[in-house]
Design a protein around this ligand. Structure first.
Ligand code: DP6
Length: 358
């Protein structure tokens, strides 16, 4: 018999950013991070996996194009670990058929442009890990946190897409990465009126891939060391508290500050890396002016009160805005008034949440 499954995994967008590895082979981060997993209806990767005793070799197709599996080290690591897990389960339970040696064909597709800083590697490796785990019939036999650990070997941010809702990736301290796994902080129903709006400034491939960019930052930025030590540990706690209390003001301020600091450490990298462009900066300016119409001073040391929108930018020029549903129409109206209206077909392939601003 053959095993074939198709699974999808959504994109996640961090509000406390992962940037820097302490181990580049195991993809262990220099700081913890926290993200929101978007809904499956929006940006997602879909992977079909078939394992078959008649297959002669593992084969991989990405967005319709065959790739050389053996040259993709991260992919090889994820598949090897999943097969080893299957083998240990088989060894412990003679009722489980021996299928860990069967070859697999894997087909993966994104419904959005790859590598435009829209977290394609996160949803891609999450879907790949989950799909292979299902085909090997191990997905329901091991804890989800362990699957997230395997997805992490494909791409760090992928570990967070194994859960829905609000997800922390705890950096861990073990040398083998066993405790560097994702954890759900709150499920998708907890803060149900939170929406993500994606403002596409450019869908071109980004200049500096995050993997290379973050290691250059680790090697050259003194500011990163201060971020790791003095900023992120406290910010993770504050962000968890903001989410638990559904405190939008705290959430918005922390999200924007963390995005700003991530792009600041990119500029502090030598030679510098800049992911934001003029359109991105115009979005920051617009959201800052919009919020300023409503915000009042907060308590001493606390966030201002009255935020309506929070921006965040990953390793590319596109903005993601976290906005409560009651303000979505207003925010979109303002964005559309300031930036040229998108053409309908460009909108269509990114889902309803996406607006072209570039
Ligand atoms: C800016 O997870 O793509 O999106 O682990 O090398 O595959 P690798 O990097 P990747 O980096 C994501 C960086 C980020 C911030 C984040 O998602 O936390």
């Amino acid at each position: 018999s053959v095993h074939q499954v198709t699974v999808s995994a959504p994109v996640n967008i961090a509000v406390v950013k992962y940037w820097g590895k302490r181990d580049t082979a195991l993809l262990l981060p220099t700081n913890s991070s926290l993200s929101l997993t978007l809904s499956q209806d929006d940006l997602r990767s879909t992977t079909t996996v078939r394992i078959d005793p008649k297959f002669e070799a593992d084969r991989l197709w990405l967005n319709g194009k065959e790739e050389d599996v053996t040259s993709n080290k991260r992919m090889v690591n994820v598949v090897r670990e999943l097969r080893a897990l299957r083998k240990s389960l088989q060894d412990a339970d003679s009722a489980l058929p021996v299928i860990d040696s069967w070859r697999m064909h894997v087909c993966s597709e994104n419904n959005f442009p790859t590598a435009a800083g829209l977290a394609s590697s996160a949803s891609g490796f999450a879907a790949l890990t989950f799909g292979i785990a299902q085909a090997l019939d191990i997905a329901e036999r091991i804890p989800r946190a362990q699957l997230s650990r395997l997805a992490r070997l494909g791409s760090g941010s992928a570990c967070r897409s194994l859960f829905g809702g609000f997800v922390a990736w705890n950096m861990g301290s073990a040398a083998d990465g066993n405790d560097s796994v994702a954890e759900q902080v709150a499920d998708e129903s907890h803060w149900a009126d939170m929406e993500a709006l994606i403002l596409v400034a450019s869908d071109a491939r980004k200049d500096t891939p995050s993997t290379a960019g973050m290691q250059l930052t680790v090697e050259t930025s003194a500011l990163l060391q201060s971020r790791i030590k003095d900023v992120v540990p406290k910010r993770m706690e504050e962000m968890r508290a903001a989410i638990a209390a559904k405190d939008y003001d705290a959430f918005a301020e922390l999200t924007m500050k963390d995005s700003n600091q991530f792009h600041a450490v990119c500029l502090d990298t030598f030679p510098p890396i800049s992911y934001m462009n003029d359109v991105s900066r115009a979005v920051v300016h617009l959201i800052t002016s919009y919020n300023a119409l409503f915000t009042q001073p907060g308590a001493a040391g606390g966030p201002k009160k009255g935020y309506r929108a929070a921006y965040t930018f990953d390793a590319g020029p596109n903005a993601v805005l976290y906005v409560r549903r009651e303000h979505v129409a207003e925010v979109l109206a303002i964005v559309n008034a300031v930036f040229p209206v998108p053409t309908t077909d460009r909108e269509a392939y990114l889902g309803r949440a996406a607006q072209y601003v570039g």
